[in-house]
Design a protein around this ligand. Structure first.
Ligand code: SF4
Ligand code: SF4
Length: 353
């Protein structure tokens, strides 16, 4: 099968709401990025979820005093329900159905596969576009040391259950030193399961990874570029639509910061709203929800740094993770770091558009 590769350019007229509706989880993955100290331990109730969904599908967020000029309404807004484990929140079905009624363009639930509170019985395939299952290995031997004992079997059984009920299903693989060797085995597994969408994520130095051994789990330029594009192509040849972060920019590619030219909101249960996921471990969020209103915060905020132009590319990466960047003998960065939100897609040509 022929495949096509493309970079997904940022668009100011498409909004993405990454909606963390709790921080609790039944698992304890080694690379978990959730940080309850920064994001609270509140489990959002039905009325709060409803109220916040309404806030983010309004077309006039451009008046919030952060960079950008955004016009997306609900029909151009995607919501991704996250946690912790979002199915642990009993208000999730209500949130999903409310988002559908409000006219959100697409609704995704990211899950570790445990599908708590019988979620598949409480929502229908017309309510949810995708359940996105996290699997970090093609076997229990690779996945379970990262995500926990028995997690592989539970997650695969959840995938099968969701597919048999007609739900859209995708899989997310977080690549690190612990499992990059196994990425090549994911396309055959996904093909066997009938999964047609695959997201390869790169481990971030956030949350637990930042507190423990994130640096040693992170992939180098050669490990990422030598493996991920090739496996993505192999998956696309099996009819699977693959998305992965670019991470490194070629010399011909322009750098752009999503905080300036896209319309993304990372919302946490304590009301913090970030525009850049790299900043989530720090109290530098651009906005916050106070008494039902989205309010800009005073400087210094993440958005005060987005405009800085540096040869290394992403300024927050340079500040927070300088170890990611290598320099030549003249002191020039060997590779610029792309915005972590910049994605590459590889698609089967006759497949999903
Ligand atoms: S399933 Fe997700 S939220 Fe839960 S521990 Fe793992 S990475 Fe963290
Ligand atoms: S990752 Fe870097 S480039 Fe992307 S939004 Fe954050 S600061 Fe901007």
């Amino acid at each position: 099968m022929k495949t096509k590769r493309r970079t997904v350019q940022f668009s100011p007229n498409k909004r993405n709401l990454f909606f963390h509706i709790l921080t609790q989880c039944n698992l304890s993955c080694r690379h978990c990025y959730i940080n309850p100290e920064q994001h609270g331990k509140k489990i959002l109730d039905r009325s709060t979820i409803e109220e916040w969904l309404e806030l983010f599908c309004a077309p006039n967020l451009k008046d919030l005093g952060v960079a950008g000029n955004y016009t997306a309404g609900p029909d151009e807004t995607n919501v991704i329900f996250l946690g912790g484990e979002p199915t642990l929140n009993p208000a999730l079905p209500h949130g999903v159905q409310r988002a559908r009624k409000l006219g959100y363009k697409s609704i995704t639930v990211d899950t570790n596969g445990y599908l708590h509170h019988n979620i598949l019985e409480k929502v229908s395939p017309s309510d949810v576009d995708y359940f996105s299952f996290s699997l970090d290995g093609s076997t229990p031997e690779v996945n379970d040391p990262i995500r926990g004992e028995g997690v592989f079997e539970t997650c695969v059984s959840g995938i099968k259950k969701a597919m048999s009920r007609g739900f859209g299903v995708s899989v997310i693989f977080t690549a690190s030193r612990m499992n990059i060797h196994d990425l090549v085995n994911m396309p055959p597994l996904l093909e066997n399961l009938g999964v047609r969408r695959f997201f390869i994520q790169v481990i971030g130095i956030r949350g637990k990874s930042a507190r423990s051994r994130g640096d040693s789990l992170q992939l180098h330029h050669s490990e990422w570029t030598g493996v991920v594009p090739r496996v993505a192509d192999q998956a696309a040849q099996r009819g699977i639509h693959v998305t992965y972060p670019k991470v490194f920019l070629d010399s011909s590619e322009e750098f752009a910061c999503a905080g300036l030219v896209a319309d993304n909101y990372f919302v946490f249960p304590n009301g913090r709203i970030y525009r850049c996921p790299l900043c989530e471990d720090y109290p530098v969020h651009s906005l916050e929800i106070r008494e039902g209103t989205i309010c800009p915060r005073p400087p210094i905020r993440e958005c005060d740094l987005f405009d800085l132009k540096i040869p290394e590319g992403c300024v927050l990466n340079k500040i927070l993770h300088p170890g990611n960047i290598t320099y030549d003998e003249h002191g020039n960065p060997r590779n610029r770091i792309a915005c972590c939100m910049l994605k590459q897609e590889v698609l089967p040509v006759s497949g999903i558009s």
